[in-house]
Ligand binder design. Structure first.
Ligand SMILES: Cc1ncc(COP(=O)(O)O)c(C=O)c1O
Length: 286
């Protein structure tokens, strides 16, 4: 078998190179077919991201129409474009907080790294630059970019990269009490944000204890720590509401999304922010 040049993510390439890969060719709704015509039920929705199913012609048509008009352009400074404005308005209407600002990204990992920078820059702009620590949880997965790897609670995902992001702390994934104690011991004046997945995804697909999200939201409010919900998986209907924040009745400061945002038809993510652009985004542009 000739050696493939294709480097798979999350794979032991040594063993992969010794087997025939499963090559998928097309999909329709919840069904995908491989190159030999064998049919499979896509029970994992691609990579937990194909929320509206495969083969949706209207999405392909919309992408083709747009690519034929204008593929991309800078949105620095006062540049804008219709699709970005339209999408931002739609996301603001769906967001689990009032009047959210929308920062578009290239995917979930990019949303996570953007959020880490946003929360630190936010506190710095408010004259509290020592509020830098981002608290995450054991077993957490926040993508594989540098910032998200630095917050990871799945140890093998952190191994071998040397020093990651400074000023982070990890707590047990299911204890709101641990959050309160950690904020207390670090000093709230040093803590920028707490980030969590509303359902623990890559770390085991585990539901949080009853009332956990409301309790951590209360602790964050009481200590001024920003609450960042990583809804990259749970967003866009995956757990029966637009966002887990709706379902569990919490109002986060930032919501991170990707995956279901485009259903995997394009790589794209977003940070929905309760903080207004004049507080954060405008500051980030200077
Ligand atoms: C909770 C969570 N955050 C972030 C990410 C990273 O998203 P992406 O793969 O789009 O970079 C993932 C991916 O599975 C995820 O599950």
């Amino acid at each position: 078998m000739p050696r493939s040049s294709f480097w798979h993510a999350f794979a032991n390439m040594e063993s992969i190179s010794r087997c025939e890969p499963l090559v998928l060719e097309r999909g329709e709704g919840v069904t995908v077919w491989d190159t030999s015509g064998r049919r499979y039920l896509d029970a994992v929705a691609g990579l937990w991201n194909c929320n509206v199913g495969h083969g949706r012609q209207e999405i392909a048509d919309a992408a083709r129409d747009q690519l034929g008009k204008l593929a991309s352009f800078s949105t620095f400074g006062d540049y804008s474009n219709g699709p970005s404005e339209e999408l931002a308005a739609r996301l603001t209407a769906l967001a689990p907080m009032p009047d959210a600002s929308v920062f578009l990204t290239s995917g979930g990992s990019d949303s996570v790294d953007t959020a880490i920078k946003m929360v630190r820059r936010y506190w710095s702009a408010l004259g509290q630059p020592e509020r830098r620590t981002v608290v995450s949880r054991e077993s957490a997965y926040h993508g594989m970019h540098f910032g998200g790897t630095g917050l990871a609670g799945i140890e093998p995902n952190r191994a071998g990269y040397g020093d990651l992001v400074p000023d982070t702390a990890r707590i047990p994934w299911d204890s709101a009490d641990a959050l309160e104690k950690t904020i207390e011991s670090l000093g709230a004046q040093n803590v920028a944000a707490f980030i969590c997945e509303p359902v623990l995804g890559a770390g085991g697909i585990l539901l949080l204890p009853e009332g956990y999200l409301r309790e951590v939201a209360r602790i964050c409010r009481a200590s001024g720590v920003l609450l960042v919900l990583d809804e990259v998986i749970t967003g866009f209907g995956q757990i029966g509401d637009w966002f887990a924040a709706h379902r569990f009745g919490v109002e986060p400061d930032l919501v991170l999304c990707a995956k279901g945002l485009t259903s995997g038809y394009l790589p794209m993510g977003a940070v929905l922010s309760l903080c207004q652009p004049d507080q954060v985004l405008a500051i980030m542009r200077v």
